[in-house]
Design a protein around this ligand. Structure first.
Ligand code: HEM
Length: 455
């Protein structure tokens, strides 16, 4: 117990030098669940770093709203920084504020509306290629679909060759970043050359060349194109200055990396959960039939698709693709009414808090209804603020929240209106890397929904 009454529980006993790192490294999700079982504030050691795990929504809210003031975001690894340059995710302080305010207008709801048509079109193209009885690898299909949408909405490229060149290089870089994030690479000093870091450098060089070609084409041509890059080219800071070519490159790559795998993994988990919960799949189909009838959805249907939105929210609760947020305490940091020594690393995990029975009734059940206004005679589930925070919160809340929600809802609406996907595997486990990914390919059989074989 601290002087101010905050109860801090001791974590599991660690080993010399490494602290609790071996248990954390072996299974971080189970480790955080174990810490949550010990209390809302738990001390542990990440190597030599004194760490504090927090599990209570109120404290998570305090942390998120204080980032950029009494807490600093933890530094991202070298592979990340090589690829993202000085983009908004990597920067801090005044530099971060400037960048965030320059990028934000390009992902406002009004702009997302203009990307929605591309999202739906790409999903319809995929639907046209699927047939009853076909076997598909959902992980591959969703990754290819969200990649195409990202390349088109961010860079505005229409040719398959351009989309493929960028996509391939991004895939290589993203894989290495994920490997470094979850592996021993995270512990190595920046100057240590590893084969993975060399691969990131090579992929980054390809991306740089592609992006600079695309930027030059945009500068020469029509400035009124409906893509994110055009909006960034038009953006001005408070002094009237435009973003430099290097800044444009860093922000477009950041938006791509921030948005691609997070959204595609969310969709894979949604299909997996729908396949295991036929009652929910049926309720989803019923909403799509009622709202859309025989047509494909557009942006204007988003608000009406309340159950589809709830399916996405509930998927993000059980499988939060960003599963960990960590920050470092600065002088004057306070959590739960008690001071936190400067340098302490704070850890919170969406995985642990989203599955806490104190905030969610039957926490392991996939029940989208918990997000809807209850019907007659049903009791509303009171979900505290920050008990669900898949997009973070506070000043650094995800810039792509609206983009991601609209994209996931439209893709599900296009595909689930026509098909059911029967996932073959009994149980698929989450693998925590940069995002929470299924631990293997997710094979499924496509089944036409009765009476809905073609749109
Ligand atoms: C389901 C999909 C997504 C999830 C779960 C997600 C989650 C998050 C989270 C948790 C953060 C805050 C991280 C922190 O505080 O440490 C974040 C930041 C960010 N996200 Fe997303 N995101 C998603 C989709 C997107 C999309 C589609 C875009 C771009 C179009 C995007 C762009 C960003 C950017 C630029 C930031 C950094 C904001 C800043 O540092 O000020 N995200 N995201």
């Amino acid at each position: 117990m601290t002087a101010d009454g905050r109860k801090t529980a001791p974590g599991p006993r660690g080993v010399p030098f490494l602290g609790n790192l071996p248990e954390f490294g072996k299974d971080p999700l189970a480790f955080f669940e174990q810490l949550r079982g010990r209390g809302d504030f738990v001390r542990w050691r990440f190597g030599r770093t004194n760490s504090l795990f927090i599990a209570h929504p109120e404290t998570i809210g305090e942390l998120l709203t204080e980032v950029e003031r009494t807490f600093d975001q933890a530094e991202l690894g070298i592979a990340f920084r090589t690829l993202l340059g000085d983009g908004v995710v990597v920067s801090r302080g005044a530099d971060w504020r400037r960048k965030r305010s320059l990028v934000q207008p390009s992902v406002r709801p009004r702009q997302v509306k203009s990307y929605a048509a591309t999202m739906a079109e790409c999903a319809v193209d995929l639907a046209e290629r699927w047939n009853d009885g076909q076997r598909v690898d959902i992980k591959k299909e969703m990754a290819a679909l969200t990649q195409l949408i990202a390349v088109r909405t961010i860079f505005g490229v229409d040719t398959a060759a351009d989309a493929e060149a960028i996509g391939r290089a991004m895939d290589v870089a993203q894989k290495e970043i994920g490997a470094e994030f979850s592996g021993i690479g995270a512990m190595l000093p920046d100057w240590v050359p590893t084969p993975g870091r060399a691969r990131v450098k090579r992929a980054t060089a390809v991306i740089d060349a592609e992006v600079s070609r695309i930027v030059a084409r945009h500068r020469d041509g029509d400035s009124d194109r409906p893509d994110l890059l055009s909006r960034l080219l038009a953006a001005k800071d408070e002094t009237g200055a435009h973003l430099s070519d290097k800044e444009i490159r860093d922000e477009t790559v950041t938006l791509y990396i921030g948005g691609h795998e997070t959204t595609s993994s969310t969709l894979v988990w949604a299909w997996y959960l729908l396949s295991r919960n036929p009652r929910v799949a049926e309720a989803l189909g019923a909403e799509l039939d009622r709202v859309l009838g025989d047509r494909d959805p557009g942006f204007d249907d988003y608000t009406e698709l309340a159950y589809t939105q709830a399916v996405v929210k509930e998927t993000l609760r059980l499988y939060p693709t960003v599963w960990l947020i960590t920050a470092i305490a600065k002088e004057g940091a306070v959590l739960g009414g008690a001071p936190v020594p400067a340098g302490t690393r704070i850890w919170s995990s969406q995985w642990a808090t989203h599955r806490d029975g104190r905030w969610f009734r039957d926490p392991l059940e996939f029940r989208p209804e918990r997000w809807l206004t209850p019907g007659e005679g049903e009791e509303a589930e009171e979900i505290p603020e920050y008990a669900w925070y898949p997009f973070g919160g506070g000043p650094r809340v995800c810039l792509g929240t609206r983009f991601a929600m609209v994209e996931a809802v439209l893709i599900l609406a296009v595909l689930a209106r026509r098909f059911r996907l029967d996932v073959t595997a009994e149980e698929i486990l989450p693998m925590p890397g940069l995002t929470l990914q299924p631990d293997r390919e997710v094979l499924a059989t496509v089944r036409d929904r009765p009476g809905r074989s073609r749109g």
